[in-house]
Structure formats: C-alpha cells, structure tokens
Design a protein around this ligand. Sequence first.
Ligand SMILES: Nc1ncnc2c1ncn2[C@@H]1O[C@H](COP(=O)(O)OP(=O)(O)O)[C@@H](O)[C@H]1O
Ligand SMILES: O=P(O)(O)O[C@H]1O[C@H](CO)[C@@H](O[C@H]2O[C@H](CO)[C@@H](O)[C@H](O)[C@H]2O)[C@H](O)[C@H]1O
Length: 437
Amino acid sequence: MTAPLDQLLTAWMPQQRWYPAKGRGVGVRLLATRDLPSDEAGVRVTVHVVGLDSGDRFDVVQVPLTYRTDSPADDAAVLGEVLDPDGEHAWASDGPHDPAFVAALLRDMERPASRPAPRPVRSRVLRGEQSNTSVIVETDHDPVIVKVFRSLHPGQNPDVEVLRALDGSEQVPGLVGWSSGRWPDRHGAETSGHLAVATEFVADGRDAWREAAEAVAAGDDFTERAHSLGLATATLHGALATAFGTTPADDATRARLRDALRDRVAWALSSTDALTRFRDALTRRADDLRVERIPALQRVHGDYHLGQVLHSPTRGWVILDFEGEPLRPLAERTRPDLALRDVAGMLRSFDYAAGQVRVESPDRGAAADAWAGRARDAFCRGYAAGSGHDPREDAELLAALELDKALYEVVYEAGNRPAWIDVPLSAVERLVGAASG
Ligand SMILES: Nc1ncnc2c1ncn2[C@@H]1O[C@H](COP(=O)(O)OP(=O)(O)O)[C@@H](O)[C@H]1O
Ligand SMILES: O=P(O)(O)O[C@H]1O[C@H](CO)[C@@H](O[C@H]2O[C@H](CO)[C@@H](O)[C@H](O)[C@H]2O)[C@H](O)[C@H]1O
C-alpha cells in the first residue's frame, strides 16, 4: 500500500537504534529535502531533515532515502511504498544501505585540498552502532568509513571540526570529506550544520576495548600497550592544544569545577535510585572539593575510553569519535576543558575491563583488579613521557574527574546495561570512600 512519506517515517523511525525520541509521543515534521545528483537511472537520492516535536523537546534527525521505481533487492533496508517528493509512486530505502546514496554522498562532499573523490566499489553498514549510521566503503583506492549523523545540531559537528583541525596527525584517521545541510529550526529560522564525515578506514585496526577485555580474561600483560596509549593520548592533547589554543585556569575555573561536580552529583542522583545510599557522601565530596593547581583548559576528546581507540599494527593508536558524551548537551561538549578529564576517562576504562570480569566471575576479581592497576600505572607513565607531566601529580583533581565519570557511567548503565551497573557503582564507592576515609 502506498503511504505518504510522513506516515511511513512515523512508523519506521522509532524502530531504528538511532531514534532519539524513544518512548515519547512526537509530531513528525519534514523540515527540509534535498536531492543529491544520482548516477543510477531510475534512482532518486534524497536527504530529508525531519523534526520530532514532543512539546518540551524538539529533535532534528537526518533521514537519507533512495527512491526506486522498481522494488529494490535489499529488503532489509526498504521502508515501503511511498509517494516520493514529486508525488510519484516509489519504493523508499534507507540511504546508508543503498550504494546509490553512498556514491552520491561521497561525490557531494567537500574535501581537503588535493584529495580526490573516492569512487565506491562496495559498501556495508556497520552494525551495532547507536547514535549514528556508519558505512564502510571499499573504493578504487583505500577504504573509507562514512559516518552519517542522525541527530543534527546547528553549527560544526565536533568530529568534522576536530578532524579538519588535526588532519595529517598520526593519532586520528585521515579526513576524506564532509557534507553540510540547511534546515529551518522549530521556529522556522534557517540553520545549517554538518550531515556526514568520511575518513580513512583503518582496516587492520582492532578495538582497544576488545584487546583489553581479551587480555584481562587471559591474564595477559597489557602494560606495554597501555604505556604507548598514554603516550599517544599526550600527543593528541598536544596537537589539540596547538590547533585550538589553551586558556589559563583561574579562580572562576575552580568555582566552575566544583559547581560542575555538584551538578553531576545532582543529575546522577535524580536520574537513578542506584546512587541513593551514597547521597550524603557524594554531596559532601562535591562541597569539599579543594584543588590547588588547575592545569590550563583546552579542547579535549570528552568521552575517552577504550572503545574509542583502535590499535593498528601499521598505524599505531588511532583515536576516534570526538563527539563527547552523548548524554550531555552539544554546546557543553566542545568547551575548553581539562585534558585530565580524558586521562580519567581512560583510567575508568581499565577499571571497566577488570570490572566486567568481576561481574562475570567474582573469584577472578582480585587478579583482574591487579591487571587494571598495572594498566593504569603504565598509561600514566606513558602520558608523562609524552607530556612531561604525570597525571597522578594532580591526584585530587584526577580523583574528582574519575568520580564525575563514574557517576555518568552509573546513569549510562542504568539506562543501557543494568547488568553492568556494579562496575561504576563500585568505583563510586571507592572514590567517595577514599575522600571521606
Ligand atoms: N576510521 C575508522 N577505521 C576503522 N574503524 C572505525 C573507524 N571509525 C570508526 N570505526 C569503527 O566504528 C565504530 C563506531 O565509530 P564512532 O566514530 O565511535 O561512532 P559512534 O559515535 O556512532 O559511536 C568504532 O568503534 C570502530 O569500531
Ligand atoms: O557510545 P559511545 O562510545 O559514545 O560511549 C557510550 O557508551 C560506552 C559503552 O559502549 C560507555 O563506556 C563505558 O563502557 C565501556 C565498555 O563498554 C568502558 O570502556 C568505558 O570506560 C565506560 O565509560 C560510554 O561511557 C558512553 O558514553
């Protein structure tokens, strides 16, 4: 049966992992539509920008579709029969699954000077992602990964902004191109922002989370890799400081830091009951935060953990995903911050690798904790070798940032993986305990 596009989208979008309005009743509004030149006969490639209005919230998402006059081969990606933007009967498919969209998008992208447009040969959508849709593309040259942003925000997407600023740096994937679009906001004012980014695909890269999880399970040493990751992290921070500048910290920074921890405590306590037994200790900890020295503020990664880095035998460490913590408003995620926040994130991640063993086989918990202790120590030593400063010298600040991250993680796990919630909860217990004891 042929349906109008908004009806089809209203039924299809909530089933997608990236849908940001799960559980909320929304009005679906088509905000903008742009065709990309297609080189396949009978295929129309269209990028729709769609507003999801639930009264108190207004999310904007990108839905690229291809329209074919004949029923397409890949059933899994078909939304259904629809009237296309000209009112003609067509089959609509989810763009990232359709090579016609991928080719049209790559041709349409802006690119760094001297980089030719890659010509796709084959493509496949990466499975398991939550907030975006990424497509791995074999091309006439090197493989490329295209990240199609689903939730759109006005202005620069942090991934595009950082990769453009750091292009040529060994610690991040090479930039292939990016695309932008325009749409009216909920009040009808014209806005624009990034829609997608394409980068070098590190084909021999292994997810560091998987490497670490395997190592801790097998009792294998990880200190060499943790050391070189610390060094790569310090190099990344140096490159970010050069590209975006630094701001010296002052008394106002000190006050903001304490307010930020208080806000995080209040947000976490109101988001989940799991923290109730720590209420008093957490409130005291935030009120009592005293930090002597605060390093200069700078652009940081913002959601740094083992799942954000690849280990490649040919390229070394490659750091991904500069979009910051997905549960935080975008405007906050790009503000100058403490590089130490990323260090704290990675230290938490080593604890997570041990924590998942603790959850699954409590009898191996002590060995896993010792593994994490060695990895954390090696990471800090590597960071010191790269930056000239051991992060553990700022012990009070580092512990506060680890606590801040652990609180975020408790809320994240409560919403996403309740079976893992004890991993960050035990860190909260340790970190408030250490402060009061
Ligand atoms: N340049 C790349 N090379 C190889 N794999 C990549 C690359 N970029 C992303 N990936 C893979 O895709 C996953 C998701 O990418 P990421 O940028 O973190 O997207 P998201 O913000 O949706 O989590 C990564 O964990 C990694 O496995
Ligand atoms: O999806 P993102 O990569 O942007 O990050 C979110 O999901 C992460 C889980 O995949 C979550 O990370 C937490 O779990 C990791 C193990 O799966 C662990 O290595 C991290 O240290 C821990 O924070 C991340 O917090 C969340 O923003």
